[in-house]
Design a protein around this ligand. Structure first.
Ligand SMILES: C[S@@+](CC[C@H](N)C(=O)[O-])C[C@H]1O[C@@H](n2cnc3c(N)ncnc32)[C@H](O)[C@@H]1O
Length: 242
């Protein structure tokens, strides 16, 4: 593919996103509501509102940023979706009005920024929009290089009578990037959904935060606040100013 920019992932996957990822973790929504401390929340990469809508249902004023108009269009037609102010643009740079007591980015969306500089700029942009007591919450996987053999991985995502879904990935360990295609095969034909990401370990993330004037406050292995350990597959990290 020649061009892959901030809106490519969302624009391609929008028609099937809710079918592929229908659920959310109730614990996530309750934890985010607590962390908002009754202030305003901003979701980076709000997408079709999978997290934002149930959070709004708990009484939190949620705003969003997303680069993909196609994803935002899906959010708009859902109940409550018309009430969420969304800024269209790249969340590394886009300006939003005012400050938030909670800014969050979930489902590995921070890794959608493909360079170290872009990821640092994201932390800096967040720091500019947090209230003094506000927090930045990141949900991301812990990189697992064992799943790659000779720099490649081919995984069955799902397989049933009607369809086969595959994830074909290549890793570049020098750049910490993964280039993937999610391939869906069914009687309807073949669909491909491109995914690119730059993975980082929690330690690099903490340094990025520090460069932006943020410090790690808490880290869990899941939304139930389970301890983060060497065997955790993902982390929830909470950063604050100072
Ligand atoms: C994996 S989806 C997650 C959507 C939603 N947070 C969820 O969990 O269902 C990633 C979202 O981030 C958006 N996105 C990716 N990179 C972005 C960027 N640089 N700036 C703004 N939005 C971006 C995509 O358009 C997409 O809607």
């Amino acid at each position: 593919m020649d061009v892959y920019d901030a809106e490519t992932y969302g624009d391609k996957i929008a028609p099937v996103y809710d079918e592929l990822y229908p659920g959310y973790d109730e614990n996530a929504i309750h934890r985010l509501a607590e962390l908002s401390h009754e202030g305003r929340a901003l979701e980076l990469g709000i997408g079709t509102g999978r997290f934002a809508l149930p959070l709004q249902d708990l009484g939190v004023e949620v705003h969003g940023i997303d680069a993909s108009q196609a994803m935002i269009d899906r959010l708009r037609v859902k109940p409550g979706g018309e009430r969420i102010p969304v800024t269209v643009g790249d969340f590394t740079v886009v300006g939003v009005a005012g400050e938030y007591s909670l800014i969050y980015v979930v489902f590995n969306t921070l890794f959608g920024l493909l360079t170290q500089d872009a990821q640092i700029h994201c932390f800096e942009n967040v720091a500019r929009h947090l209230t003094p007591e506000g927090v930045f919450v990141v949900e991301a996987f812990v990189p697992d290089l064992k799943r790659f053999d000779n720099g490649q991985s081919l995984k069955v995502i799902s397989l049933d009578e009607g369809a086969l879904r595959l994830d074909a990935s290549r890793i570049d360990v020098a750049q910490q990037t993964i280039t993937a295609q999610h391939v869906h095969l069914s009687e309807k034909g073949i669909q491909i959904f491109p995914v690119r990401l730059r993975y980082i370990w929690p330690s690099e993330m903490d340094l990025m935060a520090r460069l932006a004037g943020l410090r790690l406050r808490q880290r869990w292995g899941g939304w139930e606040m389970t301890p983060f350990t060497g065997s955790s597959g993902k982390h929830i990290s909470v950063y604050g100013l100072g």
